[in-house]
Design a protein. Structure first.
Length: 189
């Protein structure tokens, strides 16, 4: 799963860098040469739609999504573990719904032969097909992790549930940041 998240994270980064370069070129051309490439806003919308599910997947796999765990920290470890497992299952269901919605949207686009209401008049089936492929990355990871959570709950393996699905403590987060800083300093030398 870590390799999967790494590939998606790199893909996300490359897309955002390319989008940044395109926006910079558009801005410079407009400011200094009164010329516009036209459609960069359309391209940006497609890039964000495609990159968002990649970012969702990376956050899910890396267990780096934001949680408010003040209440759960007061609960016994087994309850915390069960709730963490339940949240993984709920997230898998949500990811499945997102994917269903995406498929439904792409099928409607195909049926109506929809085009973008922009200067490019892009047939929307092309960017939406790429969006569909990107959106599939999220439920794949979420369902795999959701099934893992179900199995751990069934075995009542609270320790593994807390380790794999529980929020990290402030101390663990600090240690991870310090480890990352040490790696960067070693790489810089």
């Amino acid at each position: 799963m870590q390799t999967y998240a790494r590939i998606l994270g790199i893909t996300f980064g490359i897309m955002m860098i390319l989008l940044s370069l395109a926006i910079t070129a558009e801005t410079v051309l407009r400011k200094f040469f009164s010329f516009s490439l036209g459609g960069i806003d359309e391209l940006g919308g497609y890039a964000i739609a495609i990159a968002a599910p990649l970012a969702f997947t990376v956050a899910l796999v890396e267990n780096s999504h934001i949680r408010i765990n003040q209440l759960t920290a007061l609960m016994p470890g087994s309850v915390q573990a069960f709730l963490s497992g339940l949240s993984a299952i709920a997230l898998a269901l949500l990811a499945g719904y997102f994917f269903y919605f995406t498929v439904d949207t792409v099928l409607d686009t195909q049926a109506y032969k929809s085009i973008a209401q922009t200067p490019w008049a892009t047939p929307l089936i092309y960017p939406q097909t790429i969006w569909l492929i990107a959106m599939a990355t999220f439920p794949i990871a979420a369902v795999i992790l959701g099934v893992k959570a179900v199995l751990l709950i069934a075995r009542r393996d609270w320790r593994s549930l807390n380790l794999q699905f529980g929020p990290i403590s402030a101390r663990q987060e600090l240690q991870a940041e310090l480890d990352d800083l040490r790696k960067r300093e070693e790489a810089a030398q």
